[in-house]
Design a protein around this ligand. Sequence first.
Ligand code: GDP
Length: 534
Amino acid sequence: MLDVSSNRPDLPPEIARRRTFAIISHPDAGKTTLTEKFLLYGGAIQMAGQVRAKGEARRTRSDFMQMEKDRGISVSASAMSFDFNGLRFNLVDTPGHSDFSEDTYRTLTAVDAAVMVIDGAKGVESQTQKLFEVCRLRDLPILTFCNKMDRESRDTFEIIDEIQENLAIDVTPASWPIGTGKEFVGCYDLLRDRLELMDRADRNKIAETIEINGLDDPKLSEHVPAHLLDQFLEEIEMARELLPTLDPQAVLEGHMTPIWFGSAINSFGVKELMDGIGRYGPQPQVQSASPRNISPEETKVSGFVFKVQANMDPKHRDRVAFVRMAAGHFKRGMKLTHVRTKKPMAISNPVLFLASDRELAEEAWAGDIIGIPNHGQLRIGDTLTEGEALRVSGIPSFAPELLQGVRAGDPLKAKHLEKALMQFAEEGAAKVFKPSIGSGFIVGVVGQLQFEVLASRIEMEYGLPVRFEQSQFTSARWVSGDAQAVDKFTNTNKQHIALDNDGDIVFLTRLQWDIDRVARDYPDVVLTATKEMM
Ligand code: GDP
């Protein structure tokens, strides 16, 4: 078992041993491969390669949908739990594609840390940067894994500099690569003074570890060719001079990221990273909520929905609400209060996601992610408690950036279409607006690809071919403010007014000019581009 120095000594051990995190990366950096190796070490799968063994797909078990397999894009987030070295890891998968940034954002509200994977040859890429910014909004601690060191990669200092420069975060090396490309022999573990040697012959083998007694230990030259050793010693001297040393508190505050170098496909550096998550990653954190925040060690159970996924299993038309446990020790069968409706809910079939297998969750602790099958009662942003009226805050809904009208291929199926749309809206897969004038719906998304995903899902899950078509509107803003002013505003702008899927008023327009005009003409009306999910 790891010696985990607790940053919260007051936490019960079951909570203190939990690490709930997400992986962020640019597509192709190696997130899937790393996930697979995590699961391999966590004993959740027997053999690496199993997760992508079936057919052409090179996706992990975390990807449930056909669409994802076809497109090779992780469309929806899911959760996986596994044990390693006495720790319970909860890995929440984030969709990597930029079109799904809203979903990603919400996923990141459910984790306490993120692992940032970068490709050693490419460094910080566009999607890395975007996802990093989202993490920064919440000051999430970040641990970095520089992958593909078995290939020709960039100079180590250059990579570290690029992260410091582009992401404005201090970087401290937890390991240091020796050699690059074909000459890459392994890493020096700077935190524990060990040499880790990569075995190219067996990709699933755990690296050979050699304890080293300081950098002048002759054992180094037994394992590292002379020219590489010289360069390594020179680099280390420079690194110790120029780079900050590891400050666990700064890591927890999100100001510093430790970086490990490795090769996920060769299972190299992965165990060290997992140890690092255990040692330097945060334990379950306090959740902001109103009227008061929720601490994980509270004995009363609470949790919140950060994601809803429908039709995960086409054989069972259920929806699963993904709930991040915020506090307490949950036991199956508990009655929790659904705070939004004030109704009690018996949670009798909660599931735990152990790789792709769903298992009945007999219990869960703060930090865990459970799935609660339901028939639509649970929505994103909902809080469940043992009675107290708490609402977890900070789960936003963003104004869509693209709007399109939608029509059922068969006009007689309009009612079916409405049902399908409402369901996807509740999942958070799209915004659905019902204009106050005329019939039909307008669907809003963040990225074009979402329309295709929606069309495919509506057809697959509801047997309903649909067409998306251009809409006269391009932007949507939520309307709030003084009730009388809002009334007056909506009555005089009926052709621009719609209700969203929660029944909230929305102003639809094509021009920024219109939005500015409202600010001028209706000072008591507020237009916003985000809405807190409550
Ligand atoms: P994702 O898109 O971030 O999930 O990336 P994948 O895990 O699917 O990896 C993208 C490609 O890089 C795949 O072809 C992997 O086999 C390959 N890959 C992943 N890790 C490594 C590595 O450590 N070294 C090398 N050479 N290739 C890797």
